[in-house]
Design a protein. Structure first.
Ligand code: NAD
Ligand code: GLY
Length: 350
């Protein structure tokens, strides 16, 4: 078992290990006390892990209610969010009660946003069940839902009180959903350096998954400690995301976040070299890492479609869009670029 402590507005532990779900009740009581809990989860995760988590909480004397919504990005919207708030109120959750977000990034983001706003904020615990949620979305306190205009346009910073990552849950993920997490792991590799990058790029790391998750969480914890509210270096974690979000949007969310970010990283690394923003071409390294991790290397949208979608990305700062430019493995920079150059950048990347 491994533990990483995140120091933000609030300090909390990310506990990573095999078979932790059975003891999640005890871990939660130890951290937040014996309050009532609302489990928020999706239908697939509920069918596999709902009972186990509920049992563990009940055995510790926690009174549990459970809200289950349809799995998938299309549920990460204001409608589901409002249904969750109404559910919490109907079940009389109080200020000292907690939300338990059991699932992938969609569950974590929407349940976290409900926790941030219900009664002006209650505590929540993240129990990530996807590789992506384990290494990224469950840590750092970004919570959100999508609006029609784009991804994550309504949300709040609200740190969890505890993150319990049971690596055994990753065993029931499909290859495609595992690959979504691999895309974010490749991102951490590009940000951090050769050692982690080469390990992930090999596609051969499942035996070391606990160490990999802990390493990625450590990287994220360090970034969040220095820039919790995303005004500076935290933006580095958005490597591949501007084009990635555009791909998700153009596909009407048929292309998942991880797959889209994978393409976004490939396109921006290619564009950066072709447009002479960097001296070194690392796009082939990224391409090979994507192939080894069963991730896509092309998509069917035109540069025009993607640049239009990227133009409405929320990370657009007044007259500029902050792109994360990989100069080398382990060396990325934030570069404000002119939105008028979006088409040129995306065309060069594809
Ligand atoms: P997801 O939550 O939609 O989960 C993917 C699918 O896997 C779903 O169908 C789900 O039911 C299923 N699933 C989950 N756990 C499972 C398990 N153990 N076994 C079998 N099936 C399982 O998607 P995701 O990739 O986990 O998360 C993507 C979301 O995370 C996006 O909305 C993205 O914007 C968000 N995100 C947020 C942050 C953040 O910092 N808040 C960071 C990265 C991504
Ligand atoms: N996944 C981006 C962030 O947490 O900032």
């Amino acid at each position: 078992m491994k533990k990483v402590t995140v120091s933000a507005t609030k300090e909390y532990d990310v506990v990573i290990g095999k078979g932790l779900l059975e003891d999640c009740g005890k871990m939660i009581v130890k951290t937040v006390g014996k309050s009532n809990a609302a489990i928020i989860t999706d239908d697939i995760v509920d069918s596999i892990y709902g009972e186990k988590v509920e049992k563990s909480l009940c055995e510790c004397g926690i009174k549990v209610s459970k809200f289950v919504f349809k799995n998938g990005e299309e549920s990460k919207n204001l409608e589901t969010y409002c249904e969750i708030l109404e559910f919490l109120a109907e079940n009389k959750l109080k200020r000292n009660d907690i939300i338990v977000a059991l699932g992938g990034g969609v569950v974590g983001d929407i349940a976290g946003y409900a926790a941030a706003t219900y009664l002006r904020g209650i505590k929540f615990v993240q129990i990530p069940t996807t590789f992506l949620a384990a290494i990224d979305s469950s840590v750092g306190g970004k919570t959100a839902v999508n609006l029609k205009a784009g991804k994550n346009l309504a949300g709040a910073f609200h740190q969890p009180s505890l993150v319990i990552c049971d690596t055994q849950t990753l065993e029931t993920l499909s290859a495609d959903r595992f690959a979504d997490g691999a895309a974010e792991a490749i991102k951490y590799g590009v940000l951090d350096g050769e050692e982690l990058f080469e390990k992930i790029a090999s596609g051969d790391y499942i035996a070391e998954i606990e160490d990999i998750i802990a390493k990625c969480v450590e990287i994220k914890a360090e970034v969040v400690k220095n820039d919790e509210f995303d005004t500076g270096m935290r933006q580095l974690l958005n490597l591949g995301h501007t084009i990635g979000h555009a791909i998700e949007k153009c596909s009407n969310f048929e292309i998942t976040h991880g797959h889209a970010v994978a393409l976004g990283m490939l396109y921006i690394s290619r564009a950066a070299y072709k447009l002479k923003l960097v001296e070194k071409d690392i796009s082939d390294k990224i391409l090979n890492a994507l192939i080894k991790n069963n991730l896509p290397v092309s998509c069917s949208f035109s540069p025009e479609e993607l640049s239009e979608a990227a133009g409405s990305d929320k990370k657009r700062n007044a007259d500029t869009i902050n792109f994360i430019i990989p100069k080398d493995i382990g060396d990325c920079v934030i570069k404000p670029l002119n939105p008028q150059d979006l088409l040129k950048i995306i065309s060069a990347g594809m």
